[in-house]
Design a protein around this ligand. Sequence first.
Ligand code: 13P
Length: 258
Amino acid sequence: MSERRPLIAGNWKMFKTHLEATSLVQALGYKLPAREGVEVAICPPFTALRSAQLVKDTDNVHIELGAQDMYWEDEGAFTGQVSPTMLKSLGCKYVIIGHSERRQLFAETNETVNKKISSAMSHGLVPIFCCGETLEQREAGQMKDWLVSQVKSGLAGIEIDNGSQIVVAYEPIWAIGTGMTATPQDANDSCRVVRETLADLYGAELAESIRILYGGSVKPDNSIQLMIEPQIDGALVGGASLKADDFLRICNYKSAGM
Ligand code: 13P
């Protein structure tokens, strides 16, 4: 039995206006009890963070807030960017870094991911550091080498003294938004590769304390099977985090038969 506290994080991507965000956080709040077991977080678009924060504080919703990206500088002439200081002041605990959509569509590189992780951690934000292979890489038997190099490049030169400072999300690109989920066994094997890489970098004890999430077409119907795998410590949920009922069913996977 793992001692790592599971984390279910919703990545809303570019969905929900600030008004829609208010309703969704309210709907989640009604049904999310204070819990010791599973930690729940949502990562709305920047424009909805303030609304989500207000509902969370007013209604005492047991949910953590995260952003979907950030720039690594504190402030400056960087049109369009958002800083870690801004996110901290909105009550964010988490920030997703290096999501494959940012890597593929917005020229995010291992180098920029590395700078963002370092900056987030130095501001006390917890990066949800994403990695994952394409279908071509998996079919060519390159999954392991790819994951090892992605994790090592993203974390190059970064010190971690405590497993709660970072979360890693393994998201195979072919499973994102496609309805194709990795089998629980495959997802577990890949998360093990990530953990072994973390052990190489930081030692086995620290690696054992870092949470590794699975992401890619997680739905209420498949979440239990994924979550019971020993190397999987939670989920990064896209589409299914946009509907309160679906997201709540995933968050409540423990009461659904485990
Ligand atoms: P889906 O759950 O929609 O496949 O998205 C996964 C994801 O990219 C979460 O970051």
